[in-house]
Design a protein around this ligand. Sequence first.
Ligand code: G4P
Ligand code: NA
Ligand code: NA
Length: 194
Amino acid sequence: MNFLEERIVKDGIVKEGNILKVDSFLNHQMDVTLFQQMGEEFKRRFADKEINKILTIEASGIGIACIVASCFHVPVVFAKKSKSVNIDGAVYVAEVESFTHKCKNQVIVSKKFLHPEDKVLIIDDFLANGCALQGLISIVAQAGATVEGIGIAVEKGFQQGGRIIRNLGYPLESLAIVDSMDASTGTIVFREQN
Ligand code: G4P
Ligand code: NA
Ligand code: NA
């Protein structure tokens, strides 16, 4: 097990409905020393990429993305969620459906902060169905920029997002991939990775 998998086993809580609670260290209270380790691991995994910008989505991706940006010495931009946007041409917009919350959001990034020459590393805390990620990929495409990589803290490997994104050819690195979990026993099975 790697450092993140170990932490998930120690402090993560498996809830009914295949929900993994990690709010004591990842997305409510945040262990920034752990985030630093994650940032260094992403730096290692994407060492062959020339990355000049980190892109994430509010809310819980922001903390991790900031530390990752610090490791890469590049700025970080977060996509904003809003129910309805006055589309005046100054922003890139993507529609993102949340299965967990059963709602649709528009996510926006100002055209000021993404340009065709940008080489982007997308960062997020969770990958489940991949809707948020597909929205971010769409925004990078609208800017004419390039997705150099995608770094995820926790991928739920039994949901479809990871498979879809990898099939599209994107370099996707998840620090922990949960292949199955059991709320009654608290058991978590991780996918073997190199
Ligand atoms: P998707 O973007 O991969 O399609 O995710 P989905 O709609 O299934 O999930 C909606 C939200 O729930 C996302 O956060 C996602 O990160 C989060 N999520 C999904 N599965 C889990 C889980 O097992 N545990 C935890 N803790 N979160 C999970 P969000 O609502 O879009 O953003 P945020 O404001 O929380 O950052
Ligand atoms: Na979340
Ligand atoms: Na998130």
